[in-house]
Write a protein that binds this ligand. Structure first.
Ligand SMILES: [Zn+2]
Length: 154
């Protein structure tokens, strides 16, 4: 995640998991997807082998800035200690997680008007995706663990 979001999201992840009952767990399926990773995905089926898997070039997703994550709810339905069921149903616990993250200021992809993406959450610091890409391209960045992130504020 973006360095400004990492600690907050770690704490929120731990907190919401303590609020969920035994037998129900929140996990993240995707967090940061770097520009390089996104561009490699975009190339697949176009200039490299394989099937086309995305229409998004690097920079067009908040995942590329470390400002988005996707969730899954895991269930241990037979109570044998193994979380065998992955669910994206908008059920009671999914919505409990949604409302928790919304209360912490995350924008929920389920509220998108055009393309509903209910596992997805993002925080954009008041920027549009084009403004974020402009910052990135202008090298208005910080480098953390070898990854370029857009500089926020100051
Ligand atoms: Zn997402």
């Amino acid at each position: 995640m973006h360095p400004l979001l990492r600690e907050e999201l770690t704490n929120q992840y731990l907190e919401i998991n303590t609020k969920l009952p035994k037998g129900v767990r929140l996990r993240f399926t995707h967090t940061l997807r770097t520009m390089q990773e996104q561009n490699a995905l975009y190339a697949q089926g176009r200039t490299t082998k394989g099937k086309i898997v995305t229409n998004a070039k690097g920079g067009t997703s908040w995942h590329n800035y470390g400002c988005a994550f996707d969730i899954v709810i895991l269930y241990d339905k037979d109570s044998n200690g193994t979380f065998e069921t992955a669910s994206w149903d908008e059920d009671k616990y999914f919505m409990m997680v949604v409302n928790y993250f919304k209360s912490k200021g995350w924008f929920w992809g389920g509220d998108f008007r055009s393309f509903k993406d209910s596992p997805h959450f993002e925080k954009t610091f008041g920027l549009t995706i084009n403004q974020a890409l402009a910052k990135y391209n202008a090298n208005d960045i910080v480098i953390n663990n070898g990854v370029k992130y857009i500089k926020i504020g100051g």
